[in-house]
Design a protein around this ligand. Sequence first.
Ligand code: XIL
Length: 353
Amino acid sequence: MRPGYFLLIVLLLSLQSGFSQSLSNRYSEFFTIGVAITPRSTTTDEAKLIVSQFNSVTAENAMKMGPVHPQEDQYNWAGPDSIVAFAQSSGMKVRGHTLVWHNQTPAWIFKDANGQEVNKEILLKRLKEHITTVVTRYRGKIYAWDVVNEAISDNPNEYLRNSNWLKICGPEYINLAFQWAHDADPDAILFYNDYNETDPVKREKIYRLISELKSQGVPVSGLGLQAHWNIYHPSAAQIDSALQLYSKLNVNLQVTELDLSVYPSGPDSTFKPGTIPAEFTPQQEQKQIEKYREIFAIFRKYKKQITSITFWNISDRRSWLDNFPVRGRKNYPLLFDKDLKPKRAFDAVMNFQ
Ligand code: XIL
């Protein structure tokens, strides 16, 4: 072989292996791979990792109603604008999160000038104004919105969550939110997004909500599965059954907030606040590697239905799970370590036939 050809082949091979070291390239035939970020992370050493590994971003907090619309006549655009600009300059997509939620709402939205609870008419008018303003601002720049977040109850005996939205407006706020988001950007894919989505009772309620909305002609076009899971739960069979059920809805399925906590869910009586940060043990590491391998194999099986997988936070340097549900307990839920280096679980996600 002529030396020129040989060099060319070596160059192509090394380029290919360089590319395949990135999640978004490895999964380009399957899904978009996203990550939840803060405005600050676009200015630190994390920015390089975001751009090289992912091709979609979500604002972890900056686009939520409380942060973006803290007073009736005040919007904070600096954070969300910087995230959208960063994504655009790096050729990444943006998922919008989120338009209606019971958490991180600004106090003013439910109250009148005298501190009394507002009526349905006023609250819906405020919600419409909020949704229209935010969605219009990013029209054509944000391709998908989590319109309604976590509206379903975790109580097996209750259908919808008894939030202020439901108490004041009734279930109609859900239909209207989708309609207003659609009017503001008819091209955006509009998601209902929730957690505990593999729970056998809750998954039926999620299925029911989307089916009912669709049969009423509401423009819901996606279901977001948060996937805040842990290394023990849910089982592969439970994830598979939920995906099988949701596939029948004929909407876009996206995994929107993936992380794998290294602790079982719920309170932790063994953790003592103020002690040295909990270590990432070899047992936790091994279980996490296996779980990441397992869940990505399931996701690939549903590649026709699933269009995107988004991780909730960038690396184990900082995760929302460092403080939740157990305050101050360090967690290690992601594919990159605190030095932003790929963990062994990363290889488990990347290596498949
Ligand atoms: C979390 C953020 O990660 C935290 O920084 C914030 O303090 C609370 O919210 N479900 C959602 C996300 O839809 O918006 C939440 O994000 C995590 C659970």
